[in-house]
Structures are given as C-alpha cells and as structure tokens.
Ligand binder design. Structure first.
Ligand SMILES: [Zn+2]
Length: 274
C-alpha cells in the first residue's frame, strides 16, 4: 500500500507542468539601479523588462545571470537596410518611435517601428533554440467564452497572462470577433519570409490574428527586397480599436509599419513606454 501511495505521489509529481503557472501578473523591480544616470535607451530597456538586468557598464548590459551584451556599436548613419539587418540594441531601442494609439498616422516610407531588432536580445530573453523556447511555453485559451481556441505562448515576462488579459477583454467585444477567429498562429520557430533573420514567432511572444482580414506588404509587391526603396501602397482592414487593446498589454502592431503586416502583434513594451 505504501509503495502504491509513493508511486502515486511520484506519478502526480511527474505530471506537474515544467513551468509554474502564476495566475496574476507580478510586478517586478529593478533592484539597486539608479536609472537616471543611464543612457535613455537603457532606461527604456530596464523599465520595459524589469527584473532581467543587473547593471549597465562599459557599454554592456549585464543580465541577472552575468551574461554581458553590447549596447552601442557606434556605427552612425545606418541606412534603412542596415537598421533592419544589422541593428544593435541601441538601434532597437532608439531608432524609430512607435506611434501608440488609434490616431496614429499612416506609416511613412522606411518607417517600421519595431522591425529594428537585435536578435541576440530576443534569443537571450526567450530561448536560443526551438527546444529552449518550448520549455517556457504554456497554453492560453483564446476568447474562452466565444471561441475557446488553445494557443501556445511563452511564460517569460508573464506574456501568457497578458495574452489571456487581451483575450478576455476582446471576448466582450463581439463586433471584433470576425478578426480574431482562426488565429494565424503563435509559436513557430522560423525565419521571416525572404530573409535569414528569425521571425518573432520563434519566441512565443507573437500572435497573428485572422489571416482573412489581413494585409501584408509582400502580397502587394512580390519582388520587393525590403530595402524600403520601392513605394508600397498601404492597406489595412483591422480596426484600431482592436489594436489599442493589444497595445495596452505591451504588444505592438505590424499595421503601423511601412512594411505592414496587419495580422501581426508582438510583445515589445520598450516601444510603448509613456
Ligand atoms: Zn506574425
């Protein structure tokens, strides 16, 4: 009997999810850091991702585990293509301002706020391989009352709780549901179409909504290389009311890019600070 009980205990223990799921978004703090003395980009980084960093010194951001990451490559006057393909962390934080809210103007040529990304940062934050990212994923229920669709997203930065928050809110807005059914996908380790850069879908902090009402710049100009030199006609069918809900929880929208991708939302709180 005792052996049975023990083995039952072991069985129950082994069934526990690998990631501990918290039910509330916890407020994390930057301990012992005087933010005012740091470069503006580093201040943004620390405010947006509290609890991840120890300090900033000698042009390097020091993560909690001691990993050091360069901030500024001191290359000035980067072209649009260089910003997209060879961004440093400083470019990611400082090069393009994201226009928050529903009154944002149509994006101008070569304005892609959020597409300037230092890939090493996202690998360190979310995982350097599909296996590593997968270990931190959990299931959230998309629009639990009306659709009840299961999605795999990361637990890093409490993103699962933030997506659940978005989902619960949008559940109460039935006029938006046609844009939200059949979501195009969340976690998928892959490159961005036509590039050797990793898609943000690789990290489990990104969601595509219904493809049926979406527009993507590559569908409009099939041969465009993405260097920003060709005029692309802007298209969007997604209501900005929906976008505002995502922004409130720290997600930027691909519809605010000149190289637009209107189904796409990714967690980038550094671009949404007041
Ligand atoms: Zn996407």
């Amino acid at each position: 009997m005792l052996i049975f009980k023990l083995s039952l205990l072991c069985f129950l223990w082994s069934c526990q999810p690998k990631v501990e799921i918290k039910s509330e978004i916890t407020e994390k703090k930057n301990e012992n850091l005087n933010l005012d003395s740091l470069p503006p980009g580093i201040q943004k980084l620390m405010k947006a991702y509290p609890g991840h960093f120890k300090t900033f010194e000698n042009n390097e951001i020091v993560w909690k585990d001691g990993t050091k990451m360069p901030y500024d490559d001191f290359k000035k006057d980067k072209s649009f293509a260089q910003l997209i393909n060879e961004a440093d962390l400083e470019d990611q934080l400082m090069s393009m301002a994201y226009p928050k809210g529903k009154n944002a103007p149509k994006p101008k040529q070569k304005e892609d706020p959020g597409r300037v990304r230092y890939e090493a940062f996202f690998k360190k934050m979310y995982g350097t391989s599909p296996e590593e990212v997968r270990k931190k994923l959990t299931t959230v229920v998309w629009l639990p009352k009306s659709m009840n669709i299961k999605l795999q997203v990361t637990t890093v930065n409490d993103i699962h709780l933030k997506i659940q928050g978005i989902s619960n809110r949008l559940d109460t807005m039935p006029h938006l549901h046609k844009y939200l059914k059949n979501p195009g996908g969340t976690f998928n380790w892959r490159n961005i179409a036509g590039t050797d850069r990793l898609s943000m879908h690789s990290f489990g902090m990104t969601i595509d909504i219904n493809v049926e009402f979406s527009d993507y710049w590559r569908w409009a100009v099939k041969s465009e290389e993405g260097d920003g030199s060709r005029i692309i006609e802007y298209r969007n069918r997604i209501p900005l009311e929906l976008v505002e809900v995502f922004e409130e929880f720290g997600f930027i929208w691909g519809g605010k890019w000149y190289h637009y991708d209107t189904m796409h939302f990714e967690y980038r709180p550094e671009l949404l600070l007041d």
